[in-house]
Design a protein around this ligand. Structure first.
Ligand code: GLY
Length: 353
């Protein structure tokens, strides 16, 4: 069992363990709430029902709010339905929203909590590896609109986060691989021990998965504690995401997030090597680790112009220039904010070979 404290204006605990339902229920009841809204993906009905029973045993009334799977749940229409439900049930400032599901669910639940009466508590219970190590921790919440993904949102720190490792037992392999990309990302930007574990080859043993999650959350906790609103340091959590987001957009969000980020990390590794910030061995380490667990490290050769256009909309950009988080060593980051189109095309050509 591990508790990771996330410091900041509203500190909170990320608990990593197995069989956490009872503790989630306990925490909800301890907040002093009269009622809770459990926002969950449709297929998690049984898990939501079982959590509801435990919470109601402690005298807190629960409303279940099933939402469509994945990104479809993060829409204005679904948010509107949830606000209506909160209104019908007379949710007050003392009441609680719970996010039970993958990253889209925890983002949406966080956004609903952030906006209802200008902010009520949200308890996050991530069920995918990606949500455990990234989405549910750090207070970024949001929905997708016609203008793009996550352009409407708010920084709203959770009351608490419960990472129940039991939930990984039934997670599809492809989801597990995608989530691993975010863990590997934290290894490259801040914790090389993570890379050592992946370098041992083969599938990661179960006891090591707990350690990987703990290390990855610890990196995120430390970063967001210093820069919740991403004025500078938090950008490092976007390692690999600049091209990654452009690939997701080009693929109409049918690619898994982690897979797109894996390609994006390869790209910025090549970019940094071409600038002399890192050497070939670090680029090869990216390939070895990402390939090793089945993540993609290359992308279509004819796609550069479209991806370039996509990258010009990245939220990190400043003064019309695309800004990349890159490594200047393993576990050490800097930024490239002045790369010209031809420099990017050269790196992309190598990526796509
Ligand atoms: N997923 C990146 C961040 O939370 O800042």
């Amino acid at each position: 069992m591990a508790d990771i404290q996330v410091a900041g204006p509203s500190p909170y605990i990320v608990r990593i363990d197995r069989g956490l339902d009872e503790q989630v229920a306990q925490r909800i009841s301890e907040t002093g709430t009269r009622q809770a809204l459990i926002v969950h993906q449709g297929p998690l009905k049984e898990a939501a029902e079982s959590l509801r029973q435990r919470v109601e045993e402690l005298g807190v009334h629960v409303t279940l709010a099933p939402i469509p799977d994945a990104e479809d749940g993060k829409s204005l229409a679904v948010a509107g339905q949830l606000w209506d439900t909160l209104g019908e049930r007379n949710f007050s400032r003392q009441d609680v929203v719970v996010g039970l599901g993958g990253g889209a669910t925890t983002d949406l639940a966080g956004f609903i909590a952030a906006t209802w009466m200008r902010g009520i508590k949200v308890v996050q219970v991530p069920t995918t590896l990606l949500a455990m190590v990234d989405a549910a921790v750090g207070g970024k919440t949001g929905i997708n609109t016609g203008a793009g993904k996550n352009l409407v949102g708010s920084f709203h720190e959770p009351d608490s986060v419960f990472i129940d490792l039991d939930r990984l037992d039934t997670l599809p392999e492809a989801e597990f691989v995608s989530g691993s990309a975010e863990i590997i990302k934290t290894g490259f930007i801040a914790d090389p021990v993570i890379l050592d574990i992946y370098q041992q080859g083969g599938s990661v043993p179960t006891e090591k998965i707990a350690e990987l999650i703990e290390r990855s959350v610890a990196v995120k906790a430390s970063v967001v504690a210093q820069d919740l609103k991403e004025s500078s340091l938090r950008e490092i959590l976007n390692y690999g995401h600049t091209l990654g987001h452009a690939i997701e957009k080009r693929e109409d969000y049918r690619w898994r997030h982690g897979n797109a980020v894996a390609v994006g990390m390869m790209f910025v590794a090549i970019l940094a090597r071409n600038r002399g910030l890192i050497d070939d061995a670090v680029v090869e380490l990216h390939r070895e680790i990402l390939d090793g667990i089945g993540l993609p490290t290359s992308y279509e050769s004819g796609a550069f112009d479209e991806l370039y256009e996509g990258m010009t909309h990245d939220k990190k950009n400043r003064n019309g220039q695309i800004r990349f988080v890159v490594l200047d060593g393993i576990g050490s980051t800097t930024r490239i904010g002045d790369a010209g189109m031809e420099e990017l095309r050269t790196a992309y050509t190598e990526l796509s070979q």
